[in-house]
Design a binder for this molecule. Structure first.
Ligand SMILES: Cc1cc2nc3c(=O)[nH]c(=O)nc-3n(C[C@H](O)[C@H](O)[C@H](O)COP(=O)(O)OP(=O)(O)OC[C@H]3O[C@@H](n4cnc5c(N)ncnc54)[C@H](O)[C@@H]3O)c2cc1C
Length: 377
């Protein structure tokens, strides 16, 4: 199962090579990333941070230009009263932030080349001999005794199959029915709490986007109470609008956001949301999971521990590395994953998450003290 699975696989292959061990890795994923729209997409805003890009490059994972949408020069912060261009704390530093499409671009788009970031990651490991199967995992049967194998039951092209393996790494995210089946198991896994967010892909054309957004990601604090975080992210011909709230976000919140005068002034005159809209409502975690490990089974990614509200893909990279190191340097028992992976990941991300949540609370408090901006229809 992908992303964290790809990063985990990358680290597993590297560590196995270092230890002179031969391993066989199979990735099962139900999605086909060369499809357009939510069916081929892991539904995120697609911003890759400078630190993640450096970490990937240091591992020889070099994203080709064809999978990059836009290089970002910085962030523009817009409140009800004013807007300010944010600069990097190091004077003269040119940030290396990029935007990508996780799948093969928005639904209804006329793009013809393969631009998917997730497809690139899958190919990165497939090129190293990893088997990738397009299949939906239905069940994970944990071993009764630590020395037994784990079984995976999956459906490939409508045929039910079973595979017995040494270790299963569950990187299935939050937007899957599988999670409920894992919660029902005896080892005590509890999924993270989550809320539904909204991503919408809007076609505005390259020249308009260049002129209006100047390669900046626009971040908004407009006093619209249900919305904690709103961003408009340029991607050549499209912008991705990403909304995160305290509770579930719906299309009505997107409409409300688009009607705010500060948002209206960024879009072409007379523009309104198109009917053919590529829109999705993926879950984002607001807490971390309990007990995401058992003998020969470890859960990584959003279904386990992630940085709250930011850099989910970089958390994927970091925690996949911790899980792979544990498996290769300590072992694959429940207690190995508890200490080597889970406790270490909590330590790594706890401080970030504490300050991230604090900032959101301060933001909520300050915006609740202001009258919302005048709305137009
Ligand atoms: C609105 C929003 C905006 C975001 N923006 C950013 C951003 O700009 N930058 C960033 O770094 N992060 C961002 N994130 C976070 C990022 O999307 C996640 O952290 C990351 O995708 C999590 O990776 P994952 O592998 O855990 O899960 P996913 O990316 O959800 O991947 C899970 C995979 O498992 C597969 N799968 C699930 N169930 C099964 C099954 N039963 N059988 C087979 N396969 C299965 C799915 O097909 C999928 O490919 C954002 C998240 C949201 C909600």
């Amino acid at each position: 199962m992908v992303r964290r699975a790809v990063f985990f696989t990358h680290f597993a292959l590297t560590l196995a090579k270092k230890q002179g061990r031969r391993i066989h890795v199979t990735i099962l994923d139900g999605r086909n990333f060369i499809q357009k729209g939510p069916v081929g997409c892991n539904m995120c805003a697609g911003v890759l941070s400078e630190t993640l890009l450096h970490k990937m490059e240091s591992q020889g994972i070099i994203l080709p230009r064809t999978r990059v949408q836009q290089e970002i020069s910085g962030y523009y912060f817009q409140t009800q009263e004013r807007g300010v261009q944010l600069h990097h704390p190091i004077p003269g530093h040119k940030p290396k932030i990029i935007t990508v499409f996780r799948g093969n671009g928005p639904r209804f788009s006329e793009l013809t080349t393969n631009i998917s970031f997730d497809d690139f990651l899958l190919h990165h490991v497939a090129a190293q001999g990893v088997k990738v199967i397009s299949a939906v995992v239905e069940e994970i049967e944990l071993p009764k005794h630590p020395q037994d194998f784990v079984n995976i039951v999956y459906k490939e092209a409508d045929v039910r199959k079973k595979m017995s393996v040494d270790l299963v790494v569950g990187a299935f995210g939050l937007n899957t029915a599988l999670i409920k089946r894992i919660v029902g198991k005896e080892f005590g896994y509890r999924e993270p709490e989550s809320v539904r967010t909204c991503n919408a892909e809007i076609h505005l054309g390259k020249s308009f986007i260049q002129e209006r957004f100047h390669n900046s990601i626009y971040v908004f604090a407009l006093g619209i109470k249900p919305i904690k975080f709103a961003a408009v992210i340029p991607k050549v011909d499209y912008v991705t609008i990403s909304l995160v709230g305290k509770d579930d976000i719906t299309k009505a919140h997107l409409v409300e956001f688009m009607r705010h005068p500060k948002v209206i002034e960024l879009f072409p005159e007379g523009w309104s949301l198109p009917r053919d809209l590529c829109i999705c409502f993926p879950k984002i975690s607001v807490t971390h999971a309990d007990h995401p490990y058992a003998n020969r089974f470890v859960i990584i990614g959003d279904a386990s521990i992630s940085r709250t509200y930011k850099n989910g893909i970089e958390s994927a990279f970091d925690t996949a590395q911790l899980a792979a190191r544990t498996a290769f340097e300590k072992g694959i028992s429940e207690s190995d994953f508890k200490v080597g992976y889970y406790h270490a990941a909590l330590k790594l991300l706890a401080q970030d998450n504490f300050f991230g949540n604090l900032l959101f609370r301060i933001h909520e408090f300050t915006t609740s003290k202001k009258t919302p901006g005048k709305r137009t229809n």
